[in-house]
Design a binder for this molecule. Structure first.
Ligand SMILES: Cc1ncc(COP(=O)(O)O)c(C=O)c1O
Length: 433
């Protein structure tokens, strides 16, 4: 198969977008050059189940899935019916919606740390709110953090320009990074900043699964030093297990942030936690006009009903396991240096040649050739799976990968990976902000 994928309408739209929208789109990870520009779709027309159709009429099995929010599948009937039913009653008012209470009660039933909850709209909003609550509750300013928390100043203060430009200098140094699984490094920071740390923020997503003793050890360290433990469950929530990473690991944080998996794609996020800590939010200025917006709350309630009544998470785990095992077996069979790893509900994958440039080109070739065969992957993952990824979709994905790995092996052997790329500009690597 050598014919190029027809993405001409996508490319025409992308050209127009670059004139109108700084960066071309609203989400850093959706910028077209991060994929295989010119050989990979940019714009979607419609979707159903685990499939999307692009504006050029090509059909794909999707593993990018809005970067994580889709857990049940696109246009999932029980969720869309709940949204339609609520739409007929209204979206937002000056009065509050009883759905806020129903949604809070459902979260309380599912999420171990959730004694009280506030609903906001995005991941960055809830992690910023959690930082504010933690600082207000403890009266301390330093936060120890491992991982990406979103674009708010509190977190971007960790970044150098250009992505970190525009953040006041006075905020820099208040958030200190630590490697997720390194308890010694965490202890060293807690010791160095003793009496000044409000909270430890961490997420359990990523290329490797955190060892259980590390997750437990982190909780114990927070208790020993009297600091709050906050889980960013924006990726892991309602995906790793119905109650998120905290249920999966059996470790209860003091605060937790949810967003992606909460409403199957509707814009809802939640900061929740222990009553005593969350009560602090009563007096803080954490308030948005669209708090209590009812379509998203109705969607979230419908999702949580599905999570409790259907084998959603068993299916996501089983299909994710088949994909990870299949990816690794196929790569090994073709002698390609490639491995998929991490929690199977959201694995990552990488080429493992000594040459980083070759790895980046192989990744672009993988994206290009899988798209041509009707499968959308993301550069390096996270590879998301939904309840709608059936055996047929998984089998078709692995069959496509078998062909593509054969092609990549031949290209590596021939030393002509770069010349097989049909992209307009090759990104050497895509740096996540
Ligand atoms: C772990 C984690 N935290 C926070 C965020 C920020 O969420 P949002 O993009 O909704 O602001 C993301 C986004 O990808 C994330 O992966």
């Amino acid at each position: 198969m050598s014919d190029c994928l027809n993405v001409s309408k996508s490319m025409e739209l992308w050209g127009r977008a670059l004139e109108l929208i700084p960066g071309g789109c609203q989400t850093a990870s959706k910028r077209a050059p991060a994929y295989a520009l010119g050989a990979y779709p940019v714009y979607v027309d419609r979707s159903a189940g685990c499939r999307v159709w692009d504006v050029d009429g090509n059909e794909y099995i999707d593993y990018v899935l809005g970067l994580g929010p889709i857990t049940l599948g696109y246009c999932y009937p029980a969720v869309d019916d709940a949204i339609r039913e609520q739409l007929a009653r209204g979206i937002i008012w000056g009065l509050n919606s009883p759905l806020e209470i129903e949604c809070a009660e459902r979260m309380q039933e599912m999420v171990p740390c959730c004694e009280m909850v506030r609903f906001l709209k995005g991941g960055a909003e809830v992690t910023a709110a959690a930082a504010r609550i933690a600082r207000a509750y403890t009266g301390k300013e330093i936060i120890l953090n491992s991982g990406y928390r979103g674009w708010a100043d509190v977190w971007t203060a960790q970044h150098e320009p250009p992505s970190g430009a525009g953040v006041p200098e006075c905020l820099r140094g208040l958030v200190k990074a630590f490697p997720r699984d390194d308890l010694d490094a965490l202890r060293a920071l807690l010791t160095k900043w003793k009496g000044k740390v409000a909270a430890v923020f961490v997420d359990e997503a990523g290329g490797s699964e955190a060892p259980r003793e590390v997750v437990q050890g982190r909780r114990e360290l927070c208790d020993e030093f009297g600091v709050l433990l906050c889980y960013d469950e924006i990726v892991t929530g309602f995906r790793m297990a119905p109650g998120g990473a905290q249920e999966y690991y059996g470790v209860t944080p003091d605060l937790a942030c949810f967003a992606k998996g909460i409403a199957n794609g509707m814009p809802l996020a939640a900061v929740c936690g222990k009553r005593e800590v969350m009560q602090t939010a009563t007096d803080l200025l954490i308030s948005i006009t669209y708090g209590g917006e009812a379509l998203s709350l109705a969607a979230a309630c419908a999702c949580m009903k599905e999570y409790r009544s259907k084998p959603v998470h068993d299916t996501i785990r089983a299909q994710g396991q088949k994909l990870v095992d299949g990816f690794n077996a196929i790569a090994a069979r073709h002698g390609v240096q490639f491995a998929a790893s991490g929690p199977v509900m959201m694995c990552q994958y990488a080429f493992g040649y000594d040459d980083p440039g070759l790895n980046a080109d192989c990744m672009t070739l993988l994206l290009q050739e899988m798209a041509k065969r009707g499968v959308l992957l993301r550069r390096g993952g996270l590879l998301f799976v939904t309840y709608s990824h059936d055996d047929e979709a998984v089998a078709a994905t692995l069959a496509a990968l078998d062909e593509v790995m054969a092609l990549i092996r031949a290209a590596v052997d021939a030393g002509d990976v770069k010349t097989r790329l049909e992209v307009q500009n090759v990104v050497e690597s895509f740096r996540r902000f």
